[in-house]
Design a binder for this molecule. Sequence first.
Ligand code: ATP
Length: 256
Amino acid sequence: MTAALEVRKLGVEFNGHKALDDVSVSVARGESFGLVGESGSGKSTLLRAVAGLAPVSAGTISIDGRELRRGKRNRAFYREVQMVFQDPYGSLHPRQTIDRALLEPLAIHGFDNTENRIVRALEEVGLGKGFRFRYPHQLSGGQRQRVAIARALVVEPSIVLLDEPTSALDASVQAEILNLLEQTRKDRKLTFVMVSHDLAVVSHMCERLAIMQGGHVVETLPASALADHKFEAAYTKKLFEASEGFQRKVHTEAPA
Ligand SMILES: Nc1ncnc2c1ncn2[C@@H]1O[C@H](COP(=O)(O)OP(=O)(O)OP(=O)(O)O)[C@@H](O)[C@H]1O
């Protein structure tokens, strides 16, 4: 079957520094795929390269079997592929109401019936009509991230690229947003590619993951393999043990 996203032998260079080198990943339609690895390993760069926001120096990227040309993406691409970033405040214009923020992508892509679509989009992410004419600064971090998700989903994409979508939120809100994402993925049969430095989040949300280090994919494995300790790369073992150790520490040190 044709992959929803196929990255082959991808290279990205910033002033001679190889941020990605010979990276290949294949994500099936409807799959939830995670990218994990230490800071600077190239996770965000890979997502940004797919979105046309990083300088690709080698390799190819295909969506549904269609190879993308290097450089800026066209409108049709953004109809199909949307992105949700870590900082929802940064991705929402401070002087635009939520209504405007949702109307803009609908207008760009020529959708009709915008009024209904905006109300439905807000409902889908658990925000009522009352939020429609508020400004971003009148929302909490979690509510802003709900708007960012609504903004991505309102144009009915089939692939959503998520760059640390919950790492700016506190733990309880983080869980709510992850549940919302999981629900929308199921309801809309979306394909997710999610970056996180948090192995627990990725193995909970994703069916398969790629472990990245120093601009390379060191291993691709099903999330279940992590729970069963079935990894091959020494680096994956190290990452897993560090994450387990961290969780144990948090558990034992947390106040009763
Ligand atoms: N715009 C840029 N200009 C120059 N170098 C960059 C740029 N973006 C990323 N890099 C470099 O590319 C490498 C990979 O960065 P990237 O942000 O993809 O890592 P990451 O795995 O997402 O890290 P983190 O978890 O800290 O976000 C790093 O060495 C980084 O310094």
